[in-house]
Design a protein around this ligand. Structure first.
Ligand SMILES: [Zn+2]
Length: 470
């Protein structure tokens, strides 16, 4: 982490032409897609429904050419993986993200990427780096109770949330280290946790008030390390777009757009710095979000205490996975009976409304397509509102001022407002192409392919090859 100046790659600020790439520089130079078996175990094949088309041109594997050279230094295959938390796929159409648009022209943009359910931050950041659905990796919400552990996870409490007992699956930065490659991770949820007794080679724990530009500087510090110390996987987490979306609402709102524009500019700084180092065609940059966001409104509220009796309300111990009501009954009552009582109560609420705008399920009846059933951490009763709707009590909101938060996510992951972004460029991506929509659990295998890693078991179905159209 502290190389001498001579070991650093000094950006060419005056004479770019002295750099001559002698490694593979573009997809046209690479072999056609290599259909090697990566040994991944697809635990659940539901996503096939979304990818019924033939897998055509995809990523090119690099295992026959493991090294690049920017003219002065050798580079192993490298991925910089950036999450702009809460960026709505549709927001890339508002002409406030010129850098991401240019990236799409120079690489691949997905029509959209489907987040895993529930489309909230911790579950999806862990799905992005493990290739597992939340029910499989166990981070089923930002906060949840585990009856087997008799303990609760709370994302804002590092003392608790960093304990490895919560985190199932194997994030790509651990896969890399276990296969003798370096990884560096900046503030990504879970990056401060030891997994399988291993940590990323370098990591920066989450802190508020660190700008995206500061994080880009950290990325350059790592990229400028000597080959033997340089991470091949770099993860970087940017929370500002999500924070602004919650406060101001997601769409057509200047404040939210401003934070997205700033994030876009920071990615521009990153791309400029890579260009100065003659690394544009050597380093892959992938920009994603974990989920989209829906606008709330005081006209889209359902007061469930209008129908549930106080006796019924008193049965509720915790409500998890907001804006869904993931309801857990008090521990001192008969669980099955309490779940049945509360289920019937929400059925009564449903029947009382002309257009209910929510659905209630017992956990075992939650539809297969959510992949959100098979884990003790999932609450036994799930009340899912329609996008943009909120189930609340009169104590939660009394009216008079605009309902807060103005933007909320965590609804049906197939709703258009939940869709996440995917934009990527670099030697493993064709230029100016569009990827067919895919689920975010595919990216672990995609990155494993680029980095020549043998992936751990995961839920992907595409074997690391995205369906990319002309
Ligand atoms: Zn998020």
């Amino acid at each position: 982490m502290d190389p001498t100046e001579s070991d650093r790659i000094i950006p060419a600020t005056t004479n770019h032409t002295r750099y001559q790439s002698i490694g593979p520089t573009g997809p046209e130079e690479q072999a056609s897609p290599v259909q090697h078996k990566v040994g991944a175990v697809a635990l659940v094949a539901m996503a096939v429904l979304l990818f019924s088309g033939v897998v055509v041109c995809g990523l090119t594997a690099t295992d026959d050419r493991p090294f690049f050279n920017n003219g002065t230094h050798a580079f192993a295959p490298t991925v910089i993986f950036i999450s702009l938390d809460g960026t709505v796929n549709q927001d890339l159409e508002f002409h406030i993200t010129p850098v991401l648009s240019a990236m799409a022209d120079n690489g691949v943009r997905a029509e959209y990427m489907t987040p895993s359910f529930p489309p909230i931050t911790f579950p999806n950041h862990w799905s992005l780096v493990t290739g597992l659905y939340p029910e499989a990796h166990g981070i089923v919400g930002n906060y949840f109770y585990d009856a087997n552990l008799n303990d609760s996870f709370y994302y804002k409490s590092p003392d608790k949330s960093w304990d490895s007992k919560w985190w199932g699956g194997e994030p790509i930065w651990i896969t890399a280290v276990q296969q003798n490659k370096k990884s560096g991770v900046i503030m990504w949820p879970g990056c401060s946790t030891e997994i399988n007794g291993v940590r990323p080679s370098y990591s920066v724990a989450f802190h508020d008030h660190v700008t995206a530009d500061d994080k880009v500087d950290q990325v350059f510090d790592w990229i400028d390390l000597p080959l033997e110390d340089r991470p091949q996987f770099i993860g970087m987490y940017v929370p500002e777009v999500d924070q602004s979306g919650h406060a101001n609402g997601p769409y057509a709102n200047e404040a939210s757009h401003f934070s997205l524009h700033l994030a876009d500019q920071s990615i521009g700084r990153l791309l400029d710095g890579l260009k100065q180092r003659n690394l544009t065609d050597i380093v892959n940059v992938i920009v994603v979000s974990d989920h989209g966001m829906s606008a709330t409104d005081s006209s889209r509220l359902i007061y469930y205490d209008d129908v549930l009796t106080q006796q019924e309300l008193d049965l509720i111990w915790t409500i998890e996975a907001f804006p869904m009501l993931g309801i857990r009954p008090r521990l001192d009552v008969d669980q099955d009976k309490a779940v049945e009582t509360l289920y019937q109560a929400f059925r009564r609420l449903y029947d009382s409304l002309e257009t209910p705008h929510f659905k209630v399920y017992k956990k075992q009846d939650f539809p297969d397509r959510f992949h959100f059933r098979d884990n003790v951490r999932i609450p036994p009763l799930l009340v899912l509102p329609d996008p943009g709707w909120n189930l609340i009590t009169h104590k939660d909101y009394r009216g008079g001022s605009p309902y807060q938060p103005r933007g909320v996510h965590g609804y049906d992951n197939l709703s258009p407002e939940s869709r996440a972004i995917f934009v990527a460029q670099g030697p493993n991506f064709p230029k100016g192409k569009t990827a067919t929509p895919f689920w975010n659990v595919e990216l672990y295998n995609v990155m494993s392919r680029i980095l020549n890693l043998k992936p751990a078991s995961n839920n992907s179905t595409l074997n690391g090859i995205l369906d990319i159209s002309e």
